[in-house]
Design a protein around this ligand. Structure first.
Ligand SMILES: Cc1ncc(COP(=O)(O)O)c(C=O)c1O
Length: 373
């Protein structure tokens, strides 16, 4: 689409951006669907968060605290951080966009991983900068490939760890090697949206690295394990100078009052988070095994979703599977725009939903035997 003749035109490059297409959330017809397309938690939010949200409804005519102080303090209490280094946003998407807006402009380059979260590419291109994709190795971020693409124009490197949609992660030693090998003036953005789900000894979200460098930022979200995607809450842990920069350009009231209240309450219910981790550990392993056993390729995941690889030419491709699942009112995520035309991403759901997917895909793949495990 081009700008209207004689009307306002966006900056060069904006119309080259392919709009982000969220996971399908509904199907035609009135029957309920099983929606496992957006990596939302099957447990929902903590009841304490819902209660805080309801109480906040009594103050809807007021502006919220523009600095989200209570939320920043609750985050800092939990992780032992300094509130001056935290900036909250309307989802981590907003923070990723603010970082791009502050540190990128025309002529600059930013690197992201080949199958990395698509918001990076959009945020980079929206600033007129060049998005440089670094190839992955075994669907995993490749530090050497990123380093090989650094030029004197590189300003920012974005990595999601674990990454969406692959679910793969790189060990903290590799993250540190990336940081040490990048030029000092390059900002490293560690997107740790799924950090709470990772149970690996060699993984760290990046708090220590942010605390000990002046050029690393970690972003986090309440949309995944905390079950508050509808409210849009994210946070960034930054060097003080970067926090100052973000605070200059963000909207003055970018996080709503109900979101602040629900976020604080959600953080206080770590037992709820633990339940979500345990459910995920159990069902991610079961689904990985069971889906592999019916002939699907399953990328080993450290997060709350699985990337499922189909085959072509035998009626068992990902688009065909997607259609088959829709007929059974199951929605997974097409990931063609991530470079996976023949894969679907499945969020780990409730036991009932997981079994429904497994039964449906077992039928689709023509495998014999029961899927009950
Ligand atoms: C890797 C990654 N980062 C960031 C986000 C954005 O999350 P939110 O804006 O809801 O905080 C997502 C959501 O899917 C994601 O997968």
């Amino acid at each position: 689409m081009a700008a209207a003749k004689g009307g306002p035109s966006p900056r060069p490059g904006v119309l080259d951006i392919a709009p982000y297409v969220p996971g399908t959330s509904a199907l035609p017809g009135a029957h309920a669907v099983i929606k496992l397309s957006s990596n939302e938690t099957p447990l929902g939010p903590s009841p304490r968060a819902i209660e805080a949200y309801v109480v906040a409804a009594g103050s809807l005519s007021r502006y919220p605290d523009g600095s989200a102080r209570t939320l920043r303090e609750a985050i800092c209490k939990m992780y032992g951080l300094n509130p001056g280094h935290i900036v909250c946003g309307a989802g981590s998407d907003e923070l990723l966009n603010l970082l791009a807006g502050a540190y990128l402009g025309p002529g600059d380059e930013a690197i992201y991983s080949e199958h990395g979260f698509l918001v990076y590419k959009i945020a980079i291109m929206a600033r007129g900068a060049t998005a440089v994709a670094a190839p992955e190795t075994e669907l995993t971020t490749d530090v050497d490939a990123i380093l090989a693409r650094v030029t004197d124009k590189t300003r920012v490197v974005f990595i999601a760890n674990p990454n969406n949609p692959t679910g793969t992660y790189i060990p903290f030693d590799e993250v540190k090697r990336l940081r040490t090998s990048l030029p000092d003036e390059v900002l490293l953005v560690l997107d740790a949206a799924y950090a709470e789900y990772v149970r690996r000894n060699d993984y760290e979200a990046g708090i220590h690295l942010v605390a000990t460098t002046h050029n690393t930022v970690m972003t986090r979200t309440f949309s995944k394990i905390y079950g508050l995607a509808y409210l849009r809450i994210g946070w960034a842990y930054c060097p003080a100078e970067v926090a100052d920069v973000l605070n200059r350009i963000r909207g003055p009231f970018n996080v709503s009052g109900p979101a602040i209240a629900a976020g604080v309450a959600a953080l206080q219910d770590q037992a709820w988070v633990q339940r979500a981790v345990e459910h995920n550990e159990l069902w991610r392993a079961r689904m990985t095994d069971a889906l592999s056993a019916i002939g699907l390729g399953v990328t080993p995941s450290a997060a709350n979703f699985l990337l499922l690889h189909f085959t072509t030419g035998n009626g068992k491709s990902a688009p065909e599977a997607d259609k088959f699942l829709h007929d059974k009112r199951i929605i997974l995520r097409r990931v063609a725009e991530y470079g996976f035309p023949n894969a679907l991403r499945m969020t780990i759901g409730t036991e009932e939903d997981n079994r429904a997917v497994l039964d449906a895909l077992t039928t689709f793949m023509g495998a014999n035997g029961s899927s009950r495990r």
